[in-house]
Write a protein that binds this ligand. Structure first.
Ligand code: HEM
Length: 281
């Protein structure tokens, strides 16, 4: 053996700040005292910690998705497609993290989960206000879902997201500014209502896809939106399958039919014409 195997790092020659000056440390900057003390298991079951942390980590990623989405929308409004695309790409990477987390959760068996499920009462991911805000901002304008947040601290933010133009509405407004003839029924619609697919919008996207050189920015944006929607569907599908393998066909703690409810959402589309146009190309 020429080189001895190292089993510890020698830090004696490093200029380490053992007592950081100025009061700011890794823990205080990241508020780790709050984050690491925010787990409050309601049972003594080993797997409840996994259940809590997967949800909390997902909520942190959702927070970043909303932050990036707001940034992307602000850029699109100013016709700055390039920086918006960068943010949408970041969201897609976050979505990969979110989807990957199901494989960690799937290490929890039905037996493990049933040991503490009763302690969750009627709480459910269905009540995630960040998830609802993200769905509204992407374009799933189902006003009925806001009801669960009535009277809660999140109500104003959820209502604002419901009433705001979605990412897709902003993309269509950008198209109109770039000279595409889109009807008022699309551009001046009530943004709190579900979007209705339009032949004129599909025809406009068709022009983009048939002449990508002229419409490169819109083409690039369209493909980023498709990417984002596909990844969202993968998250939904993985959630549904993970739920199926853990609770079977039981009702959800939030009151829905459970898997049957989650299956319904698999048919939803945020950017419908970007999918239908593919058949007519
Ligand atoms: C053992 C793990 C899980 C089970 C058994 C489960 C089960 C369910 C069920 C049955 C629903 C339908 C609503 C209801 O009646 O409760 C639901 C909705 C939801 N869950 Fe989960 N879930 C799990 C983990 C997660 C995780 C880790 C997240 C991450 C944030 C999450 C986020 C959501 C969201 C956002 C919804 C609402 C979906 C929508 O309205 O389209 N769930 N979950």
């Amino acid at each position: 053996m020429s080189e001895p195997i190292q089993t510890s790092v020698d830090v004696s020659d490093e200029d380490i700040h053992w007592s950081p000056e100025g009061g700011l440390t890794y823990g205080s900057y990241l508020r780790l005292d709050s984050i690491l003390n925010a787990q409050g298991p309601r049972s003594a079951e080993h797997d409840e910690m996994l259940f809590i942390i997967i949800h909390q980590a997902s909520e942190l990623w959702l927070k970043l998705c909303i932050h990036e989405l707001e940034g992307a929308v602000a850029h699109i409004r100013k016709d700055e497609v390039g920086p918006a695309l960068k943010m949408l790409s970041r969201i897609a990477r976050i979505q990969e993290q979110l989807t990957q987390s199901w494989s960690v959760l799937a290490t929890m068996t039905p037996n493990d989960y049933l040991k503490f499920r009763a302690t969750l009462g009627q709480s459910s991911g269905f009540q995630s206000h960040q998830y609802r805000i993200l769905e509204y901002r992407l374009g799933n304008k189902n006003a009925a879902m806001a009801r669960i947040h009535a009277g809660s601290p999140a109500e104003a933010a959820v209502t604002a997201a419901l009433n705001a133009p979605s990412l897709y509405d902003e993309a269509l407004a950008l198209m109109a500014r770039q000279g595409f003839d889109l009807p008022d029924s699309v551009l001046k619609r009530d943004f709190a209502k579900a979007y209705k697919p339009s032949d004129a919008v599909e025809a406009a996207w068709k022009r983009v896809y048939e002449d990508t050189e002229t419409h490169w920015k819109l083409y690039d944006l369209a493909e980023k939106l498709v990417d984002l929607e596909q990844k969202f569907q993968l998250w939904r599908f993985s959630h549904m399958k993970t739920v199926e393998r853990i609770i079977g066909y039981r009702r959800g703690t939030g009151g829905t039919g459970g898997v049957s409810y989650l299956v319904k959402a698999l048919e939803l589309r945020f950017f419908p014409e970007l999918w239908t146009v593919r058949t007519s190309l």
